[in-house]
Ligand binder design. Sequence first.
Ligand SMILES: C[S@@+](CC[C@H](N)C(=O)[O-])C[C@H]1O[C@@H](n2cnc3c(N)ncnc32)[C@H](O)[C@@H]1O
Length: 162
Amino acid sequence: MKAIIDHIRCPLHRYTFSVRPIRQWVEDHCEGSVLNLFAGTTRLNVDEIRNDADQEADADYHMDALAFLENWKGGPFDTILLDPPYAYRKSMEMYKGMVCSPFRALKDAMIRHLKPAGKVITFGYHTVVMGQSRGFEVEKIGVFSHGGAIHDTIASVERYQF
Ligand SMILES: C[S@@+](CC[C@H](N)C(=O)[O-])C[C@H]1O[C@@H](n2cnc3c(N)ncnc32)[C@H](O)[C@@H]1O
């Protein structure tokens, strides 16, 4: 059986993809056109549209993630990449108080911007994000271990079974 878990040791940084092994992993798992909805600071070597609510982020659009999805008139994406603040406290302490859009509404809104058989890659503390009820299967899990008492970062790749 094909292994679905990658276990990678690397440092922790508030801008996740500035850590080289994580950036490499995410680039390897993106396919085709990518919507990077919480884009932050690190440009990826993929065909990406970048959004981040922070005006100072390196992004094409500076909108709340849900507002972006509700207003996007371009075509659907092969991959949607989610790397939001993982908890309310982190929004307050690390991302200028910018709070993630309501996550359930975000997940529902994403589906109409995803191509059939598209991927959603989510960073956070959970393995199942989109879930079977929305028609997704987990294809790959990345566990990034930061050592000592620091909790791991988990990334999940879920494929839309259209
Ligand atoms: C965990 S960081 C990830 C950034 C990026 N992946 C990186 O590695 O540089 C979370 C990002 O989400 C942005 N953010 C927070 N709330 C947001 C919202 N409601 N809509 C869009 N972006 C938001 C923050 O500005 C921050 O850049």
